[in-house]
Design a protein around this ligand. Sequence first.
Ligand SMILES: NC(=O)C1=CN([C@@H]2O[C@H](COP(=O)(O)OP(=O)(O)OC[C@H]3O[C@@H](n4cnc5c(N)ncnc54)[C@H](OP(=O)(O)O)[C@@H]3O)[C@@H](O)[C@H]2O)[C@H](O)CC1
Ligand code: K
Length: 496
Amino acid sequence: MKNILTSEQMREADRHTIATEPIASVDLMERAALAFVKAFMQLHRDKNVSILICCGTGNNGGDGLAVARLLQQHGYDNVTVWIARFASRQSTDFATNLAKLHYCPIPVSEFFPSDEFPAVTQSILIDALLGSGLNKLLDGDWLRLVQHLNAARIPSIAVDIPTGLPADGIVPSTAQMLYAREAITFQRPKLSFFFPESAKAMDKFHVVDIGLDEVFIENLPADFKLVEASDIRGILRGRKRFSHKGTYGHALIIAGNTHTMGAALLCAGASVYSGAGLTTACIPAEGLLALNARYPEVMYTPRETLAENWEDADAVAVGPGLGLTVDLQHMLEYPAKPLVLDADALTLLARNKSLMKKLPPNSVLTPHMKEFDRLFGEHSNWWDRVNTARRRAVQHQTVIVLKNQYTFMIMPDGQVYINPTGNPAMASGGMGDVLTGMLTAFLAQGYPPQEATILACYMHGSAGDRLAAEGMAVIPATELIAAIPVTWDAIVQSNC
Ligand SMILES: NC(=O)C1=CN([C@@H]2O[C@H](COP(=O)(O)OP(=O)(O)OC[C@H]3O[C@@H](n4cnc5c(N)ncnc54)[C@H](OP(=O)(O)O)[C@@H]3O)[C@@H](O)[C@H]2O)[C@H](O)CC1
Ligand SMILES: [K+]
């Protein structure tokens, strides 16, 4: 896991590194600029391309000036710099880098409040106007300049953060940003990069190491952590010699209805492919034929004998395609089992919120945004939504899997884990049912809820990434299920 820092913590890490390495702050800026340039050169190999670098007068602007000089030294001969002189102050390191730039053959134009801006004639923009120091929404001359640059419609590469995007906290829907094709960000992704609101600010981001003290960073208290492949390798267990189906637990899937049987099949199929020793689907009898045809490995039980099957199960999923006529309250009176509630089970919970108190501790809820808001109230932004999820996870001692491009996995202690895998090709019906089946299978195999959740979300996205890399622009949920075992194997093999 990697700590995701607030902008204040990032400044702390900055100050600590400067004091203890020790390194002068201007040299740290040079290191950051060099890291940016190296990443930029991978993205844009054509050294004849004309580049406009727009700089503010803070440290983000200072980075931009150093980038201009370094690009020129690396053979990029067509670099132009604009400086937005809209603030009365300039940082010391900005001033030092401006002085250094005067020795380079790079044209520099300065713009003051109310100045007109010339047409943008360059092919690429580097955005070094404002970075993590942003302290309010863009307005006045800054907004005018950003709108002028956006209107040029040339690819923009942001230094650290696209101008106008706050590093953390609420991103208001009215916020205007300098749209970046890519952001090259320093040391850690910023928290807001994981919120859907950042789609307005950039297409993608790359993280570059600028040599801040990693031990210090990892010892900072962080509410948000990013899951990494190495974490999954540490959690995921291979199959053992002499093991048998009883070794890997029994998953019970309570799902499906006349018109939504597919959800139950997907969920049960995902459980089989995620390694549950046994999977039983508790579905209406009319689904039996389809179940046998599609997944003969899955056992069947009618709703009437649910109580006995519940006793035998090591983990239970309730919800995919279930409909709203089942008695959830009654189910919650059965003996406590590792439990996943999804889809219609969440709607039933939202209709009778007093049931939250009956959930066994560490139950896993897997809402998408709308299901979440139905359960816990409307939210106008993701920052508030995630913070509500943290409070509710602590209050009800549940795990909340808030599904999103980057799924937030919120644990009963309020800690948030961010899943990095997954892609837009997976945005199709049934993907949530698959995730629920995977989660239930991992719970049935004895993984504690926190580990089962992290594993399921990571492997779900990773299977999707694998298929996307093989050329699938759209990934049906059944294809994802089939890709789970090879994804698993690739993770285990990468450990050797
Ligand atoms: N550890 C690292 O990650 C390093 C980062 N570096 C770079 O430094 C910037 C952050 O630099 P900073 O000087 O703190 O801030 P900015 O350059 O982003 O902003 C400068 C000042 O602009 C003012 N401001 C903020 N928001 C607005 C706004 N909406 N409109 C107008 N003006 C605004 C504010 O000044 P005030 O006087 O208003 O307080 C900012 O202070 C980081 O992003 C990296 O690029 C280092 O180079 C290396 C280490
Ligand atoms: K920027």
